[in-house]
Design a protein. Structure first.
Length: 151
């Protein structure tokens, strides 16, 4: 059965569970002061484009695009561990890139963490490059910052 990528609510029970799993993983891996995930309420903001990857009636992955004045930021990117490797992350990333271009964003940025090798591999495959901290982020030994030019 095909996976569809669609606008979705962070409050949907499946997605809520994905986000809580992602938040717990970040809490287990990194000190609290270096975690920068958005709450479910924050993900419902008007400056967020939130996507879910659905097969039949169940969501297996999610990702968000936060629109800033001069760039877009990738947030809350997570795929259920037992279905990783099936192309879900690739489909979500393609939808976020398409939406970023439709919004005429010139740059897409992200913050991820050390040890998330599969995520880094995905980002590099989509031509993200390492960069300096941006926005309210600060240099630390746990964060990796990346960006991709969209022009």
């Amino acid at each position: 059965m095909a996976i569809s990528i669609e606008y979705a609510s962070p409050r949907h029970p499946d997605i809520n569970n994905l986000l809580l799993s992602s938040h717990q993983l970040m809490k287990n891996l990194y000190p609290e002061e270096t975690n920068s995930y958005l709450s479910i309420s924050e993900l419902c903001s008007s400056d967020i484009h939130f996507f879910g990857a659905r097969q039949n009636e169940k969501y297996y992955g999610c990702g968000a695009l936060k629109v800033k004045p001069d760039y877009g930021e990738l947030k809350s990117f997570f795929v259920e561990p037992n279905v990783r490797g099936n192309g879900i992350a690739t489909l979500i990333m393609k939808e976020i890139l398409l939406t970023s271009k439709e919004l005429n964003l010139k740059t897409l940025k992200l913050e991820t963490g050390i040890g998330l090798d599969s995520a880094l591999k995905l980002y590099k495959r989509f031509e993200f490059e390492f960069c300096e901290p941006y926005g309210n982020y600060f240099e630390n030994t746990y964060s990796i910052f990346m960006k991709r030019d969209l022009s």
